[in-house]
Design a protein around this ligand. Structure first.
Ligand SMILES: Cc1ncc(C[n+]2csc(CCOP(=O)(O)OP(=O)(O)O)c2C)c(N)n1
Ligand SMILES: [Mg+2]
Length: 616
């Protein structure tokens, strides 16, 4: 066996560049590149290695480690997990800046390879700059914070350890069920240490996702349930996209005439105007989908985690004796809440189910009124997204209407936190799979701009429109400068309602006094007048502030013709959100309070708790 002498960092980089994927018959590198912010913990080791392999594995420089990790995660999501990126940082602060993003990837089941630098394995210079010292445990380092938010974690303390750690890392990153963040904490001295690696370790490898078929017993049980169903409903989650099963879902729904409702991650699985697509489900759902969910006797949930926003905190499904079938690659999700598990890839599972269900169609008495409910919802959605009366600030819904009116079906809208995700879930008309990119597993403020950058890297041919609130913009905007630097065009619509509008509304909804959310309700000497236009311009974007929805539409049309990153700022009303549709959400209200409003809210809360169908 021939060997090659490389540093551990060189070996790692060479290994990553040898991993391949296949998308629509095209063979592509599995890793599209590495985001890097260097410090003493990685500049000499990984920095030198990345420099040497730039033609095969490009390195991208960002401004904030969390931001670059968001970009990497968004990239993987936009690629339906078929391609991914790595992120390397120095030790200590640089590394820990990625922990929130690791959690985001963990929650959303998205692949990303984290390579934070770590302390010297040899301990020679202890404590090295930025080393966290534990008085009682010398094996603890800052990177231990990644453990609970990584699907696979290892600390590389010997160069030959790569031979075990990297294949395992790749298994996890490419596994449809286990998929999530992998952290390989890379000791600084080990990065630079040489070892004679077998040449075969760097042989090219093609990763084709496993498509698990259903267990026969589970398939029989799921089929028996569906065959009896009088009022069945499909919930489409993100797994439909990751499995590449959108066409299969459409064929399945049409074959058996089962209506479909979509989660945040699942939205755009079916075109919005497909007759069987009832739209968004749950807390931010449409009246059509939620009406169906209330009466559904068998719920086929496909590729969803069933988080509280989807299940209306388990108060949405009201049909006595209703059953859930959990079609999921991951057994953890498939059996949640006493569901009948159907552990399988979405595409394979639907194919097997449709064969077993041959001849079954949901009763006409169930589906016909749902078509009417869909039409009624469309009219409500149209009303709230229309232009406002003169002299009033536009609502989020009306801004969404303007973006939608000037858009094309190929656009990708990106969002994550604030009032917008709920409004978008209800109101955005997603025409094509992948046109709706919402990070709503972690709903992390600050994902939006950096995430948009990752989406644009994955889909350079499509217009990427980032919708972001003033709060999220201020929390993390530095990757706007990266987008400008890389010539990756984004169009940002910044909705400035001068504070945390959605939390202020939630606070009032739970009986609280307006406090510490809108800027006007905070402790301040001076009420901030933040000039988002000037700020965005200072980062290199073309920026404009518009005074009306008509001006917004003009600016959006102009931005579409422009090759540069455009930022369009608009003042919006912080108090108004769409009342149509929606569902109760379990947010714990204080049991005792001197405030009469809180006492009243708690009485309502106690009643609502009684509507949760726990243990069923
Ligand atoms: C990192 C992070 N911190 C806090 C929260 C809780 N949170 C959710 S939305 C929100 C306010 C968002 O403000 P903005 O972006 O202006 O949107 P708006 O609510 O005004 O629509 C907060 C604080 C969060 N989701 N993420
Ligand atoms: Mg705001």
């Amino acid at each position: 066996m021939s060997h090659i002498r490389l540093t551990a960092a060189q070996a790692l980089v060479r290994f990553l560049a040898a991993q391949w994927t296949e998308i629509d018959g095209a063979r592509l590198p599995l890793f599209a590149g590495v985001w890097a912010i260097f410090g003493h913990g990685n500049v000499a080791g990984l920095g030198e290695a990345l420099y040497g392999l730039q033609d095969r594995l490009p390195t991208f420089r960002a401004h904030n480690e969390q931001g670059m990790a968001h970009a990497a995660i968004a990239y993987a999501k936009a690629q339906n997990r078929r391609r991914m990126m790595a992120c390397t940082t120095s030790i200590g602060p640089g590394a820990l800046n990625m922990v929130t993003a690791a959690a985001l990837a963990h929650v959303n089941r998205l692949p990303v390879l984290f390579l934070p630098g770590d302390v010297f394995a040899s301990r020679r210079p202890d404590p090295v700059l930025q080393q966290v010292e534990d008085f009682g445990d010398a094996t603890v380092s800052a990177n231990d914070c990644f453990r609970p938010v990584s699907r696979f974690y290892d600390r590389l303390q010997r160069p030959e350890q790569l031979l075990a750690a990297l294949p395992r890392a790749l298994q996890v990153l490419t596994d449809p069920a286990d998929c999530g963040p992998v952290t390989l904490a890379f000791c600084q001295d080990v990065q630079a240490e040489a070892f004679d690696y077998p040449e075969s370790f760097f042989a090219e490898r093609l990763w084709v996702p496993r498509r698990a078929r259903a267990d026969r017993g589970e398939l029989r049980a799921a089929t028996d349930l569906l065959k009896q169903a009088k009022t069945p409903l499909i919930i489409a989650g993100g797994g439909v996209h990751y499995s590449g099963a959108t066409a299969d879902l459409k064929a399945f729904a049409e074959a058996h005439l089962i209506p479909v409702a979509e989660t945040q991650a699942g939205k755009s699985a079916l075109p919005y105007d497909h007759p069987l697509n009832l739209g968004a489900i749950g807390v931010t759902g449409t009246s059509a989908a939620n009406g169906a969910a209330e009466r559904a006797d068998v719920i086929l949930s496909v590729g969803t985690r069933l988080q509280d926003f989807t299940t209306g905190s388990w108060a949405l499904f009201k049909q006595p004796g209703r059953k859930i079938i959990g079609l999921n690659t991951q057994v953890f999700d498939a059996g949640k809440h006493f569901a009948q598990p159907l552990v399988a890839d979405a595409r394979e599972g639907l194919a097997e189910l449709t064969t077993a269900l041959a001849g079954y169609a949901a009763p006409d008495a169930w589906t016909r009124p749902l078509a009417e409910a869909k039409t009624a919802w469309a009219a409500e959605a149209e009303a709230v997204t229309r232009d406002p009366k003169a002299n009033s600030l536009p609502t989020d819904a009306q801004v969404i209407g303007a973006v939608q009116r000037t858009g094309t079906p190929q656009d990708i809208v990106v969002c994550a936190a604030g009032g917008l995700p709920g409004e978008l879930h209800k109101l955005w008309n997603a025409a094509e799979p992948g046109g709706y990119h919402l990070e709503y597993g972690f709903s992390c403020m600050g994902y939006e701009i950096a995430g948009g950058l990752g989406v644009k890297l994955a889909r350079p041919d499509r217009e990427v429109i980032v919708m972001v609130g003033d709060g999220s913009y201020l929390m993390m905007n530095s990757e706007l400068a990266t987008a400008v630097m890389l010539g990756l065009k984004l169009t940002l619509v910044v909705l400035d309602n001068r504070g945390f509008g959605c939390i202020n509304r939630l606070q009032k909804g739970t009986g609280g006094a307006p406090f510490n959310n809108l800027l006007q309700d905070t402790r301040h000497e001076t009420l901030p007048e933040i000039d988002f236009r000037a700020h965005a311009e200072s980062l290199g974007a073309k920026a404009v502030k518009v005074a009306s929805l008509a001006e917004l539409e003009d600016a959006l049309r102009a931005a579409r013709q422009d090759h540069r990153t455009n930022v369009i700022v608009i003042d919006t009303d912080p108090q108004i959100s769409t009342q149509a549709g929606g569902h109760w959400w379990d947010v714990a209200v204080p049991e005792v309070s001197p405030r009469a409003e809180v006492q009243a809210a708690h009485r309502t809360y106690a009643e609502k708790l009684g509507t949760q169908t726990l243990g069923a």
